[in-house]
Design a protein around this ligand. Sequence first.
Ligand code: UD1
Length: 384
Amino acid sequence: MKIVSVVGARPNFMKVAPFCRALKAYPEVQHILVHTGQHYDVRMSEQFFKELDIPNPDINLEIGSGTHAEQVGRTMIAFEKVLKAENPDWVVVLGDVNATCACSITAKKEHIKCAHIEAGLRSRDMDMPEEINRLVTDRLSDLLLTPDRLSSANLKAEGVPDEKIKFVGNIMIDTLEREREKAAGLDINEIISENLIDEEIAAKSAKAAKISLKDRGYVAMTMHRPSNVDQRETLVPAMRFFLDEVSKEYPIVWAIHPRAQKMLKEFGLWDEVVANENMILVKPLGYHAMLRLNMGARLFMTDSGGLQEECCVLGTPCLTMRWNTERPITLMENGGASILVGNAVEKIREAYKSQIDATRRPSRPELWDGHTAERIAECIVKGI
Ligand code: UD1
């Protein structure tokens, strides 16, 4: 059997790592790993391959940045050539990034079976590029591997036949369980000093020297979604809250995404953010460093779906800066650690006040047990 798996952007890498490992139990399987090259910076890509022991991609399509149509179009053109040359039995796609959508379409047009890992998630927000990717991929896939029962129910409600849906658990938690001990051994202040962004070091080397964080003594943050960072009307008030209120109480460690950095500069906020003593700007972090940051954070403010899930398992109170989520299983009302706060300051402030002194409440949804990849490999290889 020949399987081609596709990754494109950062959130795919922690999901493919356990799958590559699980396939090793089947020597009869020839596994070809394709990287579309959507994320290409060392810190957004290569670093994860090294840290998580992912085999080097057999093929890199090098599609790089661009508009959605450019990324999807270039990926389809390049991936079609791969499929014609390799003619695999299965194409396996993960998550909801542009590579997921582009490669599922290409596979089906080449009459190749497609399996989707992390199927069935729905935000029902058609303004999210990821939601479009999820809908297209799930509509086309032959095997829909879901992380929770809510996702299976979404697919059933859309008319997907039962035999195509397999509830297997959350593959990202396989990686978390495998790596958490290593992450726990890292020193948070070393992580910060090794990852400060260049401007931070240049602007205030004094600040860098003074940073001395303790567990539960800081707030962690990531923010990268176009809906949060691309418009002045939403980014500026949120930043005022972080700068004028949160950073007065606790240091904020912000692992800043290239898109957020670009928009802060465009809206004239960059210098103030860099100058703030309690805003600690770090580059995109590696897997273990981010896990360690999460383990010690008093609170996480994020718009990332993956971090929402990791906060759930680690129990870190999480303010999810979105109005909806495709991962309702992580919400407090369903036993998780996350509250949806959107991007309105009053809502963020209210949730911040209610959670900043809350204790950790780790929770583990059904089958988030560290063995999802084995179940997936069995489904695909043995056809069950
Ligand atoms: C993508 C995913 C999103 C995921 C996120 C995690 C889609 C539709 N979106 O969004 O689901 O949560 O990754 O990071 O696939 N850039 C770099 N270096 C890189 C990659 C990108 O500087 O290695 C820059 C690009 O030039 C661009 C910006 O970052 O300006 C956004 O990159 P892009 O890949 O288009 O989407 P993300 O916002 O990262």
